[in-house]
Write a protein of this length. Structure first.
Lengths: 216, 264
């Protein structure tokens, strides 16, 4: 097998395109999963089965069916109902929604880990419920779950190539396209493999810095 | 302060008239946890400005009374009245009004670890009482000065010793200007050498303010110093009540004698 630096050079313009898409998916998908997961976790604490049952069922369903099936559903079935979005939008929403069903459990654990004494102190000080959540419980809960959320960001990064299946040209999509046209597989696949490691590593560094800042 | 128990049946009206007026009243209050009856048809009342200490063996229901008054628990039976307002049943708004009159200091301090010492104290006055931030900060600094921690404004709770944290918790409770201060074994979680500082602070507060205090403690010397009345609990009932001189020097009840000889 010969390593061809020329092929690397040829692939690089495509690589940058793919990298941009991967980073977009990762960034927006993470934000969606963080926000939506928190919404699910809070809804699950509403003391009414009319809320917790539907939320629990839907999120359980999403968590226990393959991401690929969900993406196909969003991309091929939704348009039949008149809802058409670009492949990238569909992919970002799909992956963010899927991961939100994991992050909700992380939040739940974080909220439950806040000592009951914190709730009691908030009650004793007569803080309104909303203020208790925003000023006392969530800041402590979220601080605790940053490492676990970070792990899901890395996991999500590794799932981004699935979006290739709904025609999103992220890094693997670009590499495969390039390889099919030039019959050179080694160089593009190696380049994106290295890119995945580098992104993971940088993300974990950023998370550790964030953790340090939060832990104070 | 008065109690109605099978052993002692004083006249509550007469006593109330003699004091600053009745502030807290429990009537036939029962609290069960599963099959365990923690409070058993308890009656007692506290007059404004009095310092009442609850003593007795662990599990005798002392802390449960404080938690009921703070509305952290609901009674299974009976009524609780604070300053003329009934708790349970009461609307959320009424409960919130009652809570404004009551402050509580916990065994485990329960400071908010995500806030500075100053914010711990100003948070509730600003968001609950609607105090301006400047005023809340100024008052908080005054309180921190009083508890001897003026230099710890910007520290976080984790940077303080247990005794310092508890003194901040006392300042935090006082910042809400409550009529009643509930003290739930506030020195039990402290290292022995830190206990005296917290108790001295509470003695000062008891002496220099007209705040009503309900205090669960195992510190008998402290109870003797600050109390107008001591209530001896056993198995969810008040078995004996009286001035500290009487309870500590010539207790009537065998259980009281046993308990005191074990802790003194």
């Amino acid at each position: 097998m010969n390593w061809d630096w020329g092929a690397v050079a040829d692939f690089m313009p495509h690589f940058w395109d793919g990298l941009l898409v991967t980073l977009q998916v990762l960034a927006i998908g993470s934000v969606i999963s963080f926000v939506l997961g928190l919404v699910w976790a809070l809804l699950m604490r509403v003391p009414s089965r009319w809320v917790t049952w539907p939320v629990g069922t839907v999120t359980e369903f999403i968590r226990n069916t393959p991401l690929l099936v969900q993406l196909f559903f969003l991309f091929y079935v939704m348009p039949e109902w008149g809802l058409t979005f670009s492949a990238l939008t569909t992919g970002v929403v799909g992956i963010g929604l899927h991961y939100s069903t994991y992050t909700m459990q992380v939040y739940r654990a974080g909220i439950e880990a806040v000592p009951v004494g914190q709730w009691e102190a908030a009650t004793a000080l007569n803080l309104p419920l909303r203020r208790t959540w925003t000023a006392v419980i969530l800041p402590q809960a979220i601080r605790r779950v940053v490492p676990a959320l970070g792990n899901y960001v890395i996991a999500m990064l590794k799932d981004t190539p699935i979006l290739m299946a709904i025609t999103v040209l992220e890094m693997l999509g670009e590499a495969q396209l390039f390889a099919r046209e030039t019959f050179q597989f080694t160089e593009p696949l190696t380049v994106i493999g290295v890119a995945f490691i580098v992104i993971s590593y940088l993300a974990s560094l950023a998370l550790r810095a964030l953790e340090r800042r939060l832990v104070h | 302060m008065s109690t109605d128990t099978p052993e002692t049946l004083p006249n509550p009206e007469k006593k109330a008239a003699a004091g600053g007026g009745e502030l807290i009243r429990l009537e036939q209050v029962t609290k069960r946890f599963g099959s365990n009856t923690v409070l058993d048809h308890l009656d007692f009342s506290v007059d404004a400005g009095k310092h009442v200490t609850l003593i007795g063996p662990s599990g005798s229901g002392k802390t449960t009374i404080l938690r009921l008054l703070m509305t952290l628990l609901k009674p299974d039976e009976g009524t609780i009245t604070v300053d003329g307002q009934k708790l349970f049943p009461a609307s959320d708004k009424e409960v919130r009004e009652v809570r404004k009159k009551i402050g509580m200091v916990f065994q485990q301090f329960n400071l908010f670890p995500n806030m500075t010492v100053l914010r711990n104290i100003t948070e509730a006055p600003v968001t609950v009482l609607g105090m301006s931030k400047d005023e809340a900060v100024e008052r908080a600094k005054g309180l921190l000065d009083m508890v001897g921690l003026a230099d710890k404004c910007d520290a976080h709770p984790a940077q303080l010793s247990g005794g310092q944290q508890q003194r901040v918790a006392i300042a935090r409770a006082l910042a809400m200007q409550p009529k009643v201060l509930l003290l739930d074994e506030v020195t039990s979680a402290l290292d022995p050498e830190l206990v005296a500082g917290v108790l001295d602070l509470l003695r000062d507060i008891a002496r220099s303010t007209d705040i009503t205090m309900l205090c669960v403690t195992h510190e008998m010397n402290f109870a003797r110093d600050i109390s107008d009345t001591v209530l001896m609990f056993d198995s969810g009932r008040v078995i004996e009540t009286g001035t500290p001189e009487k309870i500590f020097s010539e207790p009537e009840h065998d259980r009281t004698r046993e308990f005191l000889s074990a802790v003194l």
